[in-house]
Design a protein around this ligand. Sequence first.
Ligand SMILES: [Zn+2]
Length: 137
Amino acid sequence: MKSKSAAGENTVCYCTKCKMDLSHTIVAMIEDKIVRVKCRTCGSEHNYRDRTKKRATIKKGTSTAKRATPVKSPERRWEEAVFKAKGQDIPYEMSGSYNKGDIVLHVSFGRGVVLEVFEKKVTIIFEDKERVLAASY
Ligand SMILES: [Zn+2]
């Protein structure tokens, strides 16, 4: 093993054209450092890349941040609401009147529970999300 490389000798380094580690001929050196090499595979000349130095600068990503939002998903809230609700399922009608906690059966949205009752409106939680629907109070 030689302790020093010299121009004209071969070294294995990363080729920017071939995009892999390949055998290169040393073209230029500054003191004992290789500065320019020629790829023996594609013939292109490029600066010598010291990969060991580059690798040390790569920082570890801190993408392990957890989603700490304690907001309940609509499905979970819906499950709870249905669980708490009592009484029979009432088919939803725009002209119907509802009370808080009523289970409403909607033709398109399925089973829901009345959360709030307003004038001519009701907030009903369905399995996917809450909806404000018309009602006659
Ligand atoms: Zn190459």
